[in-house]
Ligand binder design. Structure first.
Ligand SMILES: [Zn+2]
Length: 243
């Protein structure tokens, strides 16, 4: 008599096999632009958007594991406490070089709009913030995409591409200043990459933005100086302006 295992529904097996491939890399999971859960690569919830995130980062951001595709739980380790708002003015920072990246709340850039505007997701946001926010990069102003002047339009596209390349799909750190939102309700923030670079400052350094000095902010003098340097060197929009 041969011994046979009873048939098991395929879905039940998923939870029993932690070695099932998650994605291209073993520790990658996937999230959507608006959802609050992380998924395996093949989950039906991923039909519209699919952003890969490292499992540890998804968990740290506050995503819950999907109840349908049952991705693996986070590795056991000390729980990361949610971070509150980090305000550079209260921290006494006078330059945008970050000293306290670890204290800043994390967010996932889920959609890039143009050079100075993105959408971020924070499944477990600091008090006063939503789980998804339209974010305006503080203290900078990029040329607008709607311009009809060919040079201006070219610069708007270049700025937009620079921001897309650096931020889209990335886990970033957010720092805030005196004003938390603009009059359109957009979140005003400095966006830091894991390597410590401040994207707001990088836009100025490369000549993709002008310093936006209509309202005071903590790094105004530094941003003005970055703009002047880019202008002297004829970078980005300043090269077009010098034609
Ligand atoms: Zn799922």
């Amino acid at each position: 008599m041969s011994f046979r295992l009873p048939p098991v529904p395929a879905l039940a097996l998923i939870g029993l096999l932690p070695a099932l491939p998650l994605g291209a890399q073993a520790d990658l999971v996937y999230v959507t632009e608006t959802g609050l859960a992380y998924h395996r690569a093949g989950c039906p919830s991923l039909q519209r958007t699919r952003l890969p995130v490292a499992l540890a980062e998804a968990v740290e951001l506050g995503y819950a594991s999907c109840g349908v595709c049952l991705p693996p739980p986070p590795a056991a380790g000390p729980a990361v406490a949610p971070r509150g708002l980090y305000r550079v003015n209260l921290a006494g920072a006078t330059r945008c070089e970050p000293g306290e990246l670890d204290a800043m709340p994390r967010a996932l850039v889920v959609r890039q709009v143009d050079g100075d505007t993105v959408y971020v997701a924070m499944p477990r946001p600091p008090e006063g913030l939503g789980t998804r926010e339209r974010l305006r990069l503080l203290g900078v102003d990029c040329p607008e995409l709607g311009r009809t002047n060919p040079d201006a339009r070219q610069m708007a596209l270049a700025a937009s591409e620079f921001t897309r390349r650096r931020l889209q799909g990335r886990v970033v750190r957010l720092a805030f200043d005196w004003r938390l939102r603009d009059r359109y309700g957009r979140l005003l923030a400095y966006v830091y990459l894991p390597d410590g670079s401040c994207h707001n400052a990088e836009l100025l350094r490369e000549g993709y933005a002008q310093a936006y000095t209509r309202f005071p902010f903590q790094f105004l003098e530094e941003f003005r100086a970055l703009q002047s340097a880019a202008r002297r060197q004829g970078r980005g929009l300043w090269a077009a302006a010098g034609k």
